[in-house]
Each structure stands twice: as structure tokens, then as C-alpha cells.
Write a protein that binds this ligand. Structure first.
Ligand code: HDE
Length: 742
């Protein structure tokens, strides 16, 4: 016999609400939406652009009443409607059906590339007016702030892949200017693999998991990728970057961004200046090492997104300077390479970067799906005063991005979603379609019309409106690659010679690693044949690492220029921060550890504007020498040293003995050592080093903390971030003396 279901919170013991501490929504809803306790009215949650969306009703106790999407109050969200307690479920249960229907449709197609990403809000502030070269409103008034949203991403992996894949990072910025949205959809590497957009599907197919076996995930270390690359010589400049530590950044906050293509700035008279855009992190450049990246992916696949979320939530707002390289036709004509070729950069020594603004990320999203997942970047979104060049990659992108949004977001109205909606006035006659969220008013939905100024709707404005740069184009209609795009190796070599020896070593290591995963020897060898055109020493090292004879050089479409000067800005290590600010110290504590040393360490960390986490044998924490208890953030096997920029082992003799028996604790110190990190330790920690097998190897970056005074010197030493001389001693691959430039 059907009975009226009892009220929530008075249910039988099968309900989760009865489990101690369980919250079925009331608490959360209360915190998020404070309402007067005696309110007994329906109220609207903020829907799109503040328009009322779903309605929630307020019970007498101030807690929002759960409703269906139609606003019907829900009496029981724990049990579906049945005929009798043990009888069949009823089709009539509209609450169950609506809930399940919505759940079944929660996913939208992930991005075909850049599926895994993380976004944050902030602002762009102009610090130097560009009114001399552009009419773009966003570049006119110094000091003016314009809202911005940024989405960082990896390229190859699926949405759930790990953050520290060796990959290019997307750096997509949407700036909500007063003359429309400007999307600068860039990467953390200033060049691209290919020159013509028609090759993009091939490139991406080759990089993604192989189609028959569906692996490897988020990796380019497989045959198909290197097959394509070794048959595409234009890719080798970018390959040098992706094999460098640029592809394994320490943080999204410590990487540069680049617009990649040559764009145009256009002034009110229609005069054009070429421009390349750069984002330069105030945090300095920093990367991790490969062995560390591999382990981070296991220990914390969300390492980058967590880092960004934590930093912004803690008020440590990441910041980038916007720089522009401005140049004219005369420079373009005199440059060794074609400025329309996206596999080339313009060294800063040739065209200096003028800093004109800053981008600050100061707010995390309210909801990942609504904002980060639904944000739709389109390279075609440029306001008046910014325009495209004829770069064939950019031209192809301008088609692809709009097209892809239709698939992902399901219709033409994705600009109605708040994250995509411009924040300036909009008026047009585009109407209807899936999920239309605007209610156009009035009778006129076309123009020209004769409904007059007030009812007739918007009209074009030749003065304010977007006007394309009046470039003259001629020539036969044909499928060709310009001769001026034919140099494939010169800048690859320039990049390599601009690196410090440690960075060069990492490039060699990465190539050997990736090609060791390639099964076909001919693909390995063909790849090395291109390296011969870049740097003979690098080719020899990689060939040696693979056990190959150095092959003949690949036939070059144009002989490489071998004397391009090194460019300082291309090295990460030459552009590091010289500061430990915003970095994280991992403090491994044990019971009985010296309280004075621990406290002094915290002070030193704070003085440096850094952060710390305590790692302990048990998550409940430790009791220090004076009886103070300290909670742990990580249990030792959940907080390996790869998650920290530097580590301190602050333990008692007994604590060290205990930890010496623990494999995870031994890994903690050996990994910190192998990854060239600064390590501080109380003298009692030495048995742990001995058991871990590194006691005899400790160097000047392993700093004893005899007493509290030593802590400041240690944290200051951490400003160097890593002790690179150690790497030459701890890595077998450092031994072959092949990396000197020939
Ligand atoms: Fe993209 N790219 N891309 N790309 N790209 C996409 O658009 C494409 C290229 C970049 O966080 C897609 O909305 C083509 C260069 C970023 O939402 C798609 C070509 C650069 C993001 C697409 C390129 C980028 C994308 C997939 C060759 C650096 C993530 C989902 C001509 C300058 C944006 C989407 C976000 C995303 C196409 C090459 C950067 C399919 C055809 C070069 C940062 O439209």
C-alpha cells in the first residue's frame, strides 16, 4: 500500500543523512546563499547574466528546498517511487526520471586537442599605451583594467590525463574589451610544428593514442608521432622546444605564453604594424626534471591545477607582463626567415620586446564546467585595431575554432553562456537556434528596415566598426608552400646553442627517452638524421643513447645557417626567478623533532614569501621536542618529495630510525637528491641518508641544520631552485661527452 513518504531528516536508518557528519546539501546551500531565516519565499539563483534561472524555495529554517528543474519541491531525494516497499519502480516518478535524464547528459564532447585544461579569472591592465600603433580600445588608456579569463591546457591528453605530460601547454586568454572579446589563443612555446593548417589533423592524429590500440595516453613517445615528425622536417624547431624542459613546466605560473603567429596592429588611419605577442611570467621561468615529472603524474595528476588553485586562493596572484615585438615590412623583408612562417620566431635581440601591460589572475572559477569547460576561444575574435596576417596556420585556425564550438557546445548560441558573453553592449539580428538565452524584443529582425531609430534595431558603424587591413593580394590560385618557408633547421640549431649545458643534456635525454619507446629502428634513425642538420654533438649523443651509428644528414630543402647567435631569452635557466617566492618546501617531521628548528624554518619560509607542507609518518601529525603537536598535510607515502621545490628533514634520532625502515621515506630523500633539490636536515637525519644510500654523496646543497640559525641560510639558498652541478654526478646519461657543440 502506497504511503506518503516521510519528510527528510525523519527517515529510516538507510538514509545517508543519518550517517554521522553527512550533509545532504543543506549546509552547503546555506553557506553559499545566505537568506533571512524567516524567508518563506521563492528566490532565484543567479542564472545567465543575472537573469533568474532555476528557482529554489526557502523553508522556514532558511535552508533552500530542493526542487526539480521545473521548480517543484522535492519531498524525498533518497528513494525512487515504488509500488510497495519491495515492489517495482514507477514510470510516473518524474523526479527520478528528470534527475537521471540530466545526469545522462552531463558530459559534452571534450576538446579534440587541449582537452585537459584549467582556467582562472583576472584582469589585463595597460601600463604603456599603444595608441601610436593601434586603435584597439584595450590599448589606449594606461592604468585601465579589462576583465580577462585564461585557460591553460595540455594538448595531447584526454580530459582526465595527468598534468605533467611532456607536452606543449596552451595559454589561451580571453580579454573582454569594450569593443568585443579579444581571444589570444597561444601556447607556452613560440613556434609550431607545422606551417600550413591542412597538416593539423595529421599532426594531431600522430600524437594522440594510436588508433588500433588506443595507447599511449598523453605521450608523444611512440612510433606514429615520430614517424610523422621524421617525415616533416619543418617540425624540428618545435621538437627542440618540446624535448626541452619547456614541455614540463614546474607550474602554469612559471611559463611564458606566446601568440605564436605574426598579427597586425592597425591604427585609425588604417596603417598596419606587424606584432608578435609575449606573456612573461613575473614568477620567472621554471621547470621540473623528467624523472620527477613521471613521478608527479602518479603522486598528484592534478599538480598544475592544484598549484594554480592554491596560489590564487592564498592571495598569491600570478602575473604576466604583456610584451609586443613590433616591426614593419622593411624588417620583415630583411629577416632571414618569413614572418608568416609559424615555425620561426623573431629573436628578442633583433626586435626587442616592449612591455605594455600586465595580466593578473586573482579569482578561481566558481564552477569548473560552467566556466573552464564551456569557455570557447576563437582565434577570429579580434577587436578593431587588431588584425590577422596571412600566416596559413592562423588562417586555418580562424575556420577551425568557430567550427569546433558547434560540436562541443551544441549550437550557435554559445556566446550566450556567461563565460563567453562579451561584457560590452551587443546588438545584432542573429536569432533563435538551440538554447537561445536572449529574448530579442520588437518587430525588426532584419535590416535595412523602416522601423525607425528606436524600434529598428542596430545599424552598422563604418567609423567604429571592425575594418580589415586593406592588404593587396594577388597571384595565381594554387596549392604551394612558399619558398621562403624552406629553412627547417637554422632556428632549431639556434635554440639548441642558446641553452645551458644542463638544458642541452635534458634535450638529449628526452630525445633518447622518446625514441627508445619507438619500436621501428628506421624511424629512430630517420629522426637522428635530422638532428645531424641541427647539431652534430646532439646527433652523436642521441645516436649513442640509442645504440645507433650516426646516420647521414637528412636532405635539407635549404642549407641551414650555422652561425645564428645564441639568444639568452630562449633558455629557462637564464631566465629563472632568483627567488623562492611562491615555491613550496616539504618538511618531513617526526615525533621528537627539534621545535626551535621547525619554528625557525617556518619563519624563514614566510620571510621568503614561500609556502610549506608538513609530511609525517602518520597523517595525525607529530609531537615535537617540547610537546607541541603539529598536524601533517601529507602522510609520507602520499607526499613524496617530487611535490616540493626543496625539502627539509627535521627528525629526532628515533624518528630517523623509524623512517629508515620505510621505503617511501627513503625515496623521499633519494628523489630529492636525484632531482637536484636543496635539502636541509637536522644531524639526527643522517641514518636515513645512510639507509637510502646517499650519505656519502651529500654536497653543498645538502645543508645541515645544526640549530635554528641555519634555517634562514638554507631557505635563501633555495632561491637557486636546483643545484644543477649535482646532475652531472647522479645521471648515467651525463657521462658520454657528446653534448659539446661541434
Ligand atoms: Fe589550436 N585548436 N589549432 N593551436 N588551440 C583548438 O579549439 C587548431 C594551434 C590552442 O583552452 C581547438 O576550442 C588548428 C596553434 C589552444 O579552449 C581546435 C591549428 C596554437 C587551444 C584547434 C591549431 C594553438 C586550442 C580544439 C592549426 C598556438 C585551447 C578545441 C592550424 C598559437 C583553447 C577548441 C582552450 C584549441 C584547432 C594550432 C593553441 C580544434 C586547426 C599554432 C591554446 O579548434
Amino acid at each position: 500500500m502506497a504511503k506518503t513518504p516521510p519528510k527528510p531528516n525523519t527517515k529510516s536508518s538507510t538514509k545517508p543523512a543519518d550517517i554521522a557528519g553527512a550533509d545532504i546539501g543543506g549546509e552547503t546551500a546555506k553557506k553559499a546563499t545566505p537568506v533571512p531565516a524567516d524567508a518563506d519565499i521563492a528566490y532565484a539563483f543567479d542564472g545567465p547574466q543575472g537573469a533568474g534561472g532555476e528557482t529554489h524555495q526557502i523553508a522556514g529554517n532558511g535552508v533552500a528546498t530542493m526542487t526539480t528543474q521545473q521548480g517543484i519541491p522535492v519531498a524525498d531525494d533518497q528513494n525512487s517511487l515504488k509500488q510497495g516497499a519491495r515492489g517495482p519502480s514507477l514510470l510516473e516518478d518524474f523526479h527520478f526520471r528528470e534527475k537521471m535524464f540530466h545526469f545522462d547528459h552531463e558530459r559534452i564532447p571534450e576538446r579534440v586537442v587541449h582537452a585537459r585544461g584549467y582556467g582562472a579569472h583576472g584582469f589585463f591592465e595597460l601600463t604603456d599605451s599603444l595608441s601610436d600603433v593601434t586603435r584597439a580600445d584595450v590599448f589606449q588608456r594606461v592604468g585601465e583594467r579589462t576583465p580577462a579569463f585564461v585557460r591553460f591546457s595540455t594538448v595531447a591528453g584526454s580530459k582526465g590525463s595527468a598534468d605533467l605530460a611532456r607536452d606543449v601547454r596552451g595559454f589561451a586568454v580571453k580579454i573582454y574589451t569594450q569593443e568585443g572579446n579579444w581571444d589570444l589563443v597561444g601556447n607556452n612555446i613560440p613556434v609550431f610544428f607545422i606551417q600550413d593548417a591542412i597538416k593539423f589533423p595529421d599532426l594531431i592524429h600522430s600524437a594522440k593514442p594510436e588508433p588500433d590500440r588506443a595507447f599511449p595516453q598523453a605521450q608523444t613517445a611512440h612510433d606514429n608521432f615520430w614517424d610523422f615528425i621524421s617525415l616533416t622536417p619543418e617540425s624540428f624547431h618545435m621538437v627542440m622546444w618540446t624535448m626541452s624542459d619547456r614541455a614540463i613546466p614546474r607550474s602554469l605560473r612559471t611559463m611564458e605564453g606566446f601568440g605564436v603567429h605574426t598579427f597586425r596592429l592597425v591604427d585609425a588611419q588604417g596603417k598596419s604594424t606587424f606584432v608578435k605577442f609575449h606573456w612573461k611570467p613575473k614568477q620567472g621561468l621554471q621547470s621540473v626534471v623528467w624523472n620527477e615529472a613521471v613521478k608527479i603524474n602518479g603522486a598528484d595528476p592534478d599538480f598544475h591545477r592544484r598549484d594554480l588553485w592554491d596560489a590564487i586562493s592564498a592571495g598569491d596572484f600570478p602575473e604576466w607582463e604583456l610584451g609586443v615585438q613590433l616591426f614593419d615590412d622593411a624588417f620583415a623583408d630583411s629577416f632571414d626567415f618569413d614572418v608568416l612562417d609559424a615555425t620561426k620566431l623573431i629573436p628578442e635581440e633583433l626586435v626587442p620586446v616592449r612591455i605594455v601591460g600586465r595580466l593578473v589572475l586573482d579569482r578561481v572559477v566558481d564552477n569548473f564546467f560552467a566556466e573552464t569547460e564551456q569557455v570557447a576561444f576563437c582565434t577570429q575574435n579580434v577587436p578593431p585595431g587588431i588584425d590577422f596576417s596571412n600566416d596559413p596556420l592562423l588562417q586555418g585556425r580562424n575556420f577551425s575554432y568557430l567550427d569546433t564550438q558547434l560540436k562541443r557546445l551544441g549550437g550557435p548560441n554559445f556566446t550566450h553562456i556567461p563565460i563567453n558573453a562579451p561584457k560590452c553592449p551587443m546588438a545584432h539580428f542573429q536569432q533563435d537556434g538551440h538554447m537561445a538565452m536572449h529574448n530579442p524584443k520588437g518587430r525588426a529582425n532584419y535590416e535595412p528596415n523602416s522601423w525607425g531609430a528606436t524600434q529598428g534595431g542596430p545599424r552598422e558603424d563604418p567609423a567604429r566598426g571592425f575594418t580589415s587591413f586593406a592588404e593587396v593580394a594577388d597571384g595565381p590560385k594554387q596549392r604551394v608552400r612558399s619558398e621562403t618557408f624552406a629553412d627547417h633547421y637554422s632556428q632549431a640549431r639556434q635554440f639548441f646553442v642558446s641553452q645551458t649545458p644542463v638544458e642541452q643534456k635534458h634535450i638529449g635525454d628526452a630525445l633518447v627517452f622518446e625514441l627508445s619507446k619507438v619500436e621501428r629502428p628506421d624511424i629512430r634513425s630517420r629522426t637522428v638524421s635530422h638532428l645531424v642538420n641541427i647539431d652534430a654533438g646532439l646527433a652523436a649523443t642521441v645516436a649513442d643513447g640509442l645504440g645507433l651509428a650516426v646516420p647521414d644528414a637528412a636532405v635539407a630543402a635549404r642549407p641551414p645557417i650555422t652561425d645564428l647567435p645564441a639568444s639568452e631569452k630562449l633558455s629557462i635557466l637564464k631566465n629563472g626567478p632568483d627567488s623562492f617566492k611562491g615555491r613550496k618546501l616539504g618538511i618531513l617531521l617526526s615525533d621528537g623533532a627539534d621545535v626551535a628548528v621547525f619554528k625557525a624554518l617556518l619563519k624563514a619560509v614566510e620571510a621568503e614569501d614561500a609556502v610549506y607542507e608538513v609530511i609525517a609518518p602518520r597523517i595525525s601529525g607529530v609531537t615535537l621536542s617540547d610537546g607541541t603537536t603539529v598536524a601533517a598535510k601529507q602522510k609520507v607515502d602520499g607526499g613524496p618529495s617530487v611535490l616540493f621545490d626543496a625539502v627539509a628533514i627535521v627528525v629526532s634520532a628515533q624518528g630517523a630510525d623509524l623512517l629508515s625502515m620505510d621505503a617511501a621515506a627513503k625515496d623521499f630523500v633519494t628523489d630529492a637528491f636525484a632531482h637536484c633539490k636543496f635539502i636541509a636536515f637536522t644531524p639526527e637525519a643522517e641514518p636515513l641518508f645512510a639507509k637510502a644510500g646517499i650519505a656519502g654523496d651529500l654536497d653543498e646543497a645538502c645543508m645541515p641544520l645544526e640549530n635554528a640559525k641555519d634555517t634562514a641560510a638554507f631557505v635563501q639558498a633555495c632561491r637557486a631552485l636546483r643545484h644543477w652541478p649535482r646532475e652531472m654526478k647522479v645521471d648515467l646519461d651525463a657521462k658520454p661527452a657528446g653534448l659539446q657543440r661541434s
